[in-house]
Design a protein around this ligand. Structure first.
Ligand code: TMP
Ligand code: ASP
Length: 253
């Protein structure tokens, strides 16, 4: 059987050429990294959970009219997505101070922000994904002014959607990161939400107890990451049938 062509291997996912032109197979690994891969581990079942959770969130975005790359889930670890050019920015939206913002500005973690704060980081692991301003983005041509308007609007729409979905299951959406892809429809280009939306790329706190249900559990050694992600999946009604142990990958052609 012909082996699929690997296009790219990242820290948490591998991308393969898809079965039709313009598609990509996104494979979710069990690898967890933090602090620009200085901390690494393999967390059994994480890839399965993130595949299911990203499917759930992307389908939700589609249902409220927010364009994204998701086409369909193929199996426990793989999903078919639309191929796109990734804009080299990590787009972060924060509702409460935490993580690098809390540290940088000396704000206590958990402080409610007066409005959602959107930040941009340059996607460059060698530089540690530095925070950049719209001036840098314009000056170095990473995105146009029209792109930035569209990206801001997408980011805030995703924030409203995700905050509501999480609130409905007693989880506070503290912050999250999305990536944006550029797709071409004939002569037109447009921007869509790409990559993944999962507890790897969000901060999720239980509303009652403040318990962390996201990758900070791994970053800060707070317990079992699989238990935390399983809790999020369970509350949302997204549970892999038979648990996360049926994880043998199936190849798609
Ligand atoms: P930060 O507070 O560490 O800057 O993270 C902000 C949000 O972005 C948080 O939800 C975690 C997410 N994030 C990623 O998804 N990938 C990354 O490489 C980093 C640094 C943060
Ligand atoms: N910085 C990412 C995180 O902490 C992961 C990594 O860069 O290895 O989420």
């Amino acid at each position: 059987m012909a082996r699929r062509k690997k296009i790219y291997e990242g820290k948490a996912k591998t991308l393969f050429e898809g079965p039709e032109p313009g598609t990509i197979v996104q494979y979710f690994k069990d690898d967890a990294t933090a602090f620009n891969a200085q901390k690494k581990d393999v967390i059994e079942g994480k890839g399965v959970l993130n595949n299911m959770l990203s499917e759930y969130f992307m389908n939700g975005l589609t249902n409220v009219g927010i364009p994204n790359h998701f086409i369909r889930r193929l199996n426990m670890r793989e999903q078919l997505v639309r191929a796109c050019e990734i804009v080299p920015l990590e787009v972060i939206v924060r509702n409460f101070a935490a993580g690098s913002m809390a540290q940088r500005l000396g704000i206590e973690e958990g402080t409610t922000l007066p409005r959602p704060v959107v930040e941009y980081c340059l996607k460059d692991d060698k530089l540690g994904d530095p925070l950049v301003t719209e001036e840098h983005i314009a000056a170095f041509g990473w995105a146009s002014q029209q792109d930035m308007d569209d990206i801001l609007s997408l980011a805030l729409r995703v924030n409203d959607f995700l905050s509501g979905v999480m609130y409905a299951v007693d989880i506070k959406l503290v912050d999250f990161k999305i990536e944006i892809g550029r797709v071409y429809d004939g002569d037109f280009q447009r921007l869509i939400v790409a990559d993944e939306i999962s507890p790897d790329s969000c901060r999720l706190w239980d509303i009652e107890t403040g318990k962390k249900l996201d990758k900070d559990v791994f970053r800060r050694d707070l317990g079992s990451l699989t238990d935390a992600y399983t809790e999020v999946a369970r509350r949302l009604g997204v549970m892999p049938k038979g648990g996360t142990h049926m994880t043998r990958p199936t190849l798609v052609n």
